[in-house]
Design a binder for this molecule. Structure first.
Ligand SMILES: [Zn+2]
Length: 337
């Protein structure tokens, strides 16, 4: 078992390129950043066709898998990361979109970047949603060193407690599952089954939640990888104008009885303003996806908040014999290199 400090050395090495990028990023106009990333993703996409959006090796089921609650065929988890105050202003409109289609969803906020009013969080929860923490600052530096992480984690834990939140997702999907144990959470959602376009592209190789066991005096938690491509990748960078990729992956996930977990961003949705910004895509596409799931798979999915999936998963883990739990956690956690 590696300690946080040993991990620090590894992380510092692999984080150099990332730090240089984030150092230069403020100097590059947003328009140019997007153009560069679009060109990069276009070049990468062909190369990754065999592992994205579907990596056929990710279809394993957990040991002793007994199925989703109420015998549902697959789980459907809708999450939203709110990057900036622009996204914050659209949260309730987006929650309405979910609710009009009969879905519940979660919203993750960046507490030190913009104000997150008590009333907004209370409204989201009163409407049947969940609130989580999306880093401290959205600057890509959370995992830059063990000391930086430890200090940020202490502040994040205060927000988790104040908000009554139990879930976390790191900005830019950076992740170190050992370090994340230092957050007071029931689940983390900073990983993915397969996403070669992310800054830290190591997929966990499973389309189910998995248990990260306790260690070093810290509690364990449930990891919830996202399994559908992010809206930003699909619509902003790849400039897709249909939901075909989402629908195709959803069909694959449903056939395997896995967890369909989607992360979308109000910041990048154009709510029919008539003058969308460069990064924005029409909210109609998200609506279309909800309608696709709702009609094609009516009655077949468990639409749960991430918190409820984590609790369901933990119960299953705790209920199993210790040796089976360790094997399952190790097997899943190991995933792929
Ligand atoms: Zn984010």
């Amino acid at each position: 078992m590696t300690t946080g400090r040993q991990h620090g050395a590894v992380d510092r090495a692999r984080g150099t390129a990332r730090r240089v990028f984030y150092l230069l990023k403020p100097l590059i106009p947003r328009r140019v950043q997007i153009a560069l990333r679009r060109a990069l993703v276009r070049a990468q996409r062909q190369r990754h066709l065999s592992v994205w959006p579907i990596d056929p090796t990710c279809d394993g089921r957990p040991d002793g898998w007994a199925g989703w609650p109420s015998g549902k065929r697959f789980a459907l988890v809708l999450t939203h990361d709110v990057e900036t105050a622009v996204g914050r202003e659209r949260c309730l409109a987006l929650q309405d979109v979910d609710r009009e289609s009969g879905f519940r969803s979660s919203f993750n906020f960046v507490p030190a970047d913009y104000d997150v009013p008590d009333e907004l969080r209370a409204r989201i929860v009163a409407n049947g949603g969940e609130v989580g923490v999306h880093g401290l600052h959205h600057d890509g530096k959370l995992f830059s060193s063990w000391n930086a992480f430890r200090e940020a984690a202490a502040r994040i834990n205060v927000y988790l407690a104040q908000w009554g939140a139990v879930g976390f997702r790191a900005p830019a999907m950076h992740h170190d599952l050992e370090w994340i144990r230092h957050l007071d959470i029931e689940y983390d959602a900073s990983t993915f089954d397969t996403d070669p376009f992310e800054a830290q592209p190591d997929g966990v190789g499973v389309v189910f939640p998995f248990w990260v066991p306790p260690a070093e005096g810290r509690e364990g938690y449930v990891e919830l990888p996202y399994t559908l491509p992010q809206d930003f990748t699909l619509f902003t960078l790849m400039q897709e104008r249909s939901i075909d990729v989402w629908a195709g992956k959803l069909d694959w996930l449903a056939a395997r009885g896995g967890m369909a977990l989607l992360d979308t961003h109000p910041d990048y949705m154009d709510f029919e303003s008539g003058s969308p910004r460069l990064e924005e895509y029409p909210v109609r596409l998200y609506r279309e996806f909800l309608s696709y799931v709702g009609h094609r798979y009516e009655g077949q999915y468990w639409n749960a908040l991430p918190r409820d999936v984590a609790r369901f998963w933990k119960q299953g883990v705790v209920g199993r014999p210790a040796h089976a739990t360790a094997a399952a956690a190790g097997g899943n956690h190991g995933g792929r290199p």
